[in-house]
Design a protein around this ligand. Sequence first.
Ligand code: TTP
Length: 393
Amino acid sequence: MQAVVLAAGEGTRIRPLSATLPKPMLPVADRPLAAHTVDAAVDAGADEIVLVVGYEAETVRDYFGDEYRGVPVSYAVQTEQAGTAHAVAAAKDRIDGPFAVLNGDNLYDPAAIDRLFANCPAVGAVEVAEPRNYGVLSTEDGVVDDITEKPSEPPTNLANAGAYAFPERAREWLEVPESERGEHEITDVLATVLDRFAVTPIALDRWLDVGRPWELLAANEWKLADLDRRIDGRVSDDAHLEGDVVVEEGATVKPGTVIEGPVLIRSGATVGPNAYVRGATLIGEGASVGNAVEIENSVLSRDTSVSHLSYVGDSVLGRDVNFGAGTTVANRRHDGAIVELTVKGERVPTGRREFGVVAGDGAKTGINSSLTPGLKLATGATTRPGEVVERDG
Ligand code: TTP
């Protein structure tokens, strides 16, 4: 079966992390987010991957090339982001049989993708506590018979997980009218398939839609938890590594450092001396964690540097970020309330009592900067020495 993977979105809600990278290319453990989806499709037996690209398409092409793990990869360009059905329609000419559609910014439980492919026509379903916020699937006699967007009285607690195995005929039904949101949506294609075929619901044990910065942290927490200890880099005899820690070849861990997994230290990164790195943490390629720095439950993207005497907790730092000596991130409010973050101009609860900051590529803090919980630093933003930063900048 062909797998059409949607990766054309800009990721406006995850800004500033998507300023130079499309959301599907943001780092999740040892690969981009979309590579986890493509891997699940390849493991399920996909015989071709069709990536729908648009925003910053070149970075997607550079990563996946023409062949990925022995499976041919082709690209369809969606010039305008007019919706998920519109995105699949951009790949229409390449579809010549039953086809799967997966989101390049979702993490799926891989075993479920296997079952999805084996049971075509099928749709991924995930049990949720609050179905009113989702597209909800109704079922009868083990077959999905309807989908309702954000119903006030949900018929089930099965949310549409955005994973579909469509029969070849669905290719003819990709041109759907605009929805109330003004987009051409894949759920309208699904509705036609439900009318004409018996569609099997495939239960996903786990699923994560990565839309906002804290969901990228959650994606890393998920995939880093799967690490198996492996030390291929240079680790000082005076460093102490506990649990599932991976030090890739070309990475260096200096004396006095303590690392408690799950932690992944990627090639070219240096940690220490005397650093304390705790899970779930990703230290990206070429990143550097200096003397007496503590990093907890965070993502440091490639070439980012946190200098001596700093603390970073529950945070996501983009590429080439530089935190000056003594930078301290506060990751908990005094009142213990859920930390909020600004997403497209609105304060939104992250659902986390511990959440630090999000720093766009190239952001720099002056020495002894103090950063408050739920703060966003824009691409290339700077703070002054000793500054207490309480507002996004
Ligand atoms: P969304 O998360 O709805 O859109 P987005 O990725 O652009 O993010 P944001 O809302 O923050 O701006 O998209 C769901 C999936 O569908 C995702 O994998 C991107 C993909 N997509 C396209 O490929 N083309 C489109 O026109 C749209 C709307 C989404």
